[in-house]
Design a protein around this ligand. Structure first.
Ligand code: FES
Length: 134
């Protein structure tokens, strides 16, 4: 299951104009994202979740990326300025997540514009897929 929720507010997003890197810190994996990366179709187009899945990086996403579960909670440790602003819907859902920090985002709602490289941490309680991952 995957997609995006047509009934919630969408952030303003911009496609990357150049390649950029995303380092998934505690998975010890770095991907280089070209501006024409394929859209996987889970979460908002071009979201961290969408990019991660299309590059073989598993992030839990119980609701399929429609901003309804918070299992895709991640910390954006570097590159926050290049990410779309969080919407009220995302913030409401993050309120339900444990261990929320100022740099918390829902990977399915956070869309980077590629102007900065990113460093992402998946919270320790949310690493089932990372541990069991391929
Ligand atoms: S996958 Fe459910 S809120 Fe992101």
């Amino acid at each position: 299951m995957g997609g995006s929720n047509p009934y919630i507010e969408k952030p303003v997003t911009k496609r990357p104009q150049k390649p950029f890197q995303i380092r998934f810190e505690n998975m010890n994996k770095t991907i280089v994202v070209p501006p024409d990366y394929p859209i996987f179709g889970t979460g908002l187009p071009g979201s961290l979740l969408d990019i991660a899945l299309s590059f073989g990086v598993d992030i839990d996403h119980a609701c399929g990326g429609v901003c309804a579960c918070s299992t895709c909670h991640v910390y954006v440790k570097q590159g926050q300025k290049s990410c779309s602003q969080s919407t009220d819907n995302e913030n409401d859902m993050l309120d339900l997540a444990p261990d929320v920090k100022p740099n918390s985002r829902l990977a399915c709602q956070c869309v980077p514009n590629g102007e900065e490289d990113l460093v992402i941490e998946i919270p320790s309680w949310n690493r089932n897929l990372a541990r069991e991952g391929k």
